[in-house]
Design a protein around this ligand. Sequence first.
Ligand code: DX5
Ligand code: ZN
Length: 223
Amino acid sequence: MSVLLAPSILSADFAHLADAVAAAERGGADLIHVDVMDGHFVPNITIGPPVVKSLKRVAKVPLDVHLMITDPDKYIGPFAEAGASMISVHVEVLPHLHRTIHAIKALGVKAGVVLNPSTPVVAISEVATDVDFVLVMSVNPGFGGQTFIPRSESKVADVRALLEKAGNKAVVEIDGGIDMSTVTRVVKAGARVLVAGQAIFGSGDPERATRDLKMAAIAALQD
Ligand code: DX5
Ligand code: ZN
């Protein structure tokens, strides 16, 4: 598989989300990354299922919903119904992670698990055969526009190795501080889905920023 770009609308103008999605899609976005925050797991509050439902009406590409909330089990159903194609949940809040992953899959949605920067890769070793994707946080979740944590690069490679050992073709997604200065090394480390918020919607031209970042990601793959 190639490398997919998932622009995060967290950094877009929330009064014009349809325009943001359209610009990213014109630039070649493969997914739209939706950051759901509850003010408990992370110190910020963003959006819920009704907004995902509206986004689903305008987006041509699949919606990748990242749940940064303390009780994801309660909301998986509503987000699936709203139109999420991928749902990722944080291992830090889930004592029954295996059950949650299979509950997501049972809804016909791709199931991902997310590791915070301080969470070791071993936390997902027992579900390595179950997941559809693993999201490595390369910043502490809660806000867009933060600086990439360099240690994330080797973490991506470690997750890749874990999945390979498990015989699982699941992909590694990376989220936080991805821009033209970090894209090459994360792709080389094995990331195949790249989330980018500020680098795209914080730029004056989201369509062009999406295209540039995707071209850089594909070039890194071919080197
Ligand atoms: C952070 C979110 C990210 C965020 C990334 O809590 O999970 O998806 O939008 O933003 P940038 O690319 O600006 O670091
Ligand atoms: Zn995210």
